[in-house]
Design a protein around this ligand. Structure first.
Ligand code: ADP
Ligand code: MG
Length: 238
């Protein structure tokens, strides 16, 4: 179980502050949702944690080491994107095995680890399929397995199920929650869905316009929402 500590992390694009310098600590296998409306800085924050974007200021500390200048493939993080981003010319097994092969993992180990990862996401028999032969939900399961096989300390997910219908989205979210708990993997899950965050998170970080507005358990936030984005939603529910 790993700890992620953000210290005065800020990001500017030219004159625009996508993130005001912010600090946050998460860890011990918790699932934290970054929740906020479009443009609030959720993806920017996640991409900085994963190394796909460099911060303008501040630190990204994972288990005591600042990785803010470390390239993504050398960080103990793995990210699931909104679009599955699988390679269509490779089958499912090869897609998941790719990162392990880059690391020089032996063929036998690769076969075992990919098999385990596929079983974890309920796709044990799908190794030989091409991404094009899978449903949208199955493709996202493969994308998740491709991350998990690398045994990251921190799992990052950016609206991973946004393109799926509500029913499938609910189901996959619950499955991810089960897997995440089972593995005890610290997870940051970006969503603009208040229902999604309230149902799945250990803690919610509410963002707007590049700032953290509120941090708390779903219960805390439900009881005393400090932002119109969440308060309005809860008002509509009741
Ligand atoms: P969210 O994921 O919450 O919708 P983003 O992190 O994508 O928000 O965006 C936060 C802000 O940063 C927005 O104002 C967006 O326009 C801006 N932004 C994000 N990426 C870039 C970029 N590559 N260049 C310029 N501005 C960007
Ligand atoms: Mg986004």
């Amino acid at each position: 179980m790993s700890t992620l500590k953000l210290e005065n992390l800020g990001k500017r694009f030219g004159g625009v502050a996508a993130l005001e310098p912010l600090s946050l600590e998460i860890g011990n296998g918790e699932l934290v949702c970054l929740l906020g409306p479009s443009g609030s800085g959720k993806s920017t924050l996640l991409r900085i944690i994963g190394g796909f974007e460099a911060p303008t200021s501040g630190k990204v500390i994972i288990d005591g080491v600042d990785v803010a200048r470390t390239p993504p493939e050398k960080r103990p993080t793995a990210m699931v994107f909104q679009s599955h981003a699988l390679w269509n010319h490779m089958n499912v097994f090869e897609n998941i095995a790719f990162g392990l092969k880059l690391r020089g993992t032996s063929k036998r180990e690769v076969a075992k680890k990919v098999g385990d990862a596929l079983a974890l996401v309920g796709l044990g028999d799908y190794g030989a399929r091409r991404p094009a032969q899978l449903s949208g939900g199955q493709r996202q399961r493969v994308a998740i397995a491709r991350c998990l096989v690398l045994e990251p300390k921190i799992l990052l997910m950016d609206e991973p199920f946004a393109s799926l219908d509500q029913h499938l989205r609910d189901r996959l979210r619950e499955e991810v929650r089960q897997i995440q708990k089972k593995l005890g993997i610290t997870t940051v899950f970006v969503t603009h869905g208040q229902d999604e965050a309230l149902s799945v998170a250990d803690r919610i970080v509410v963002m707007s316009t590049g700032r953290i507005e509120q941090v708390g358990t779903p219960h805390d936030i439900y009881a005393d929402p400090l932002t119109p984005f969440v308060a309005g939603f809860i008002g509509d529910m009741n």
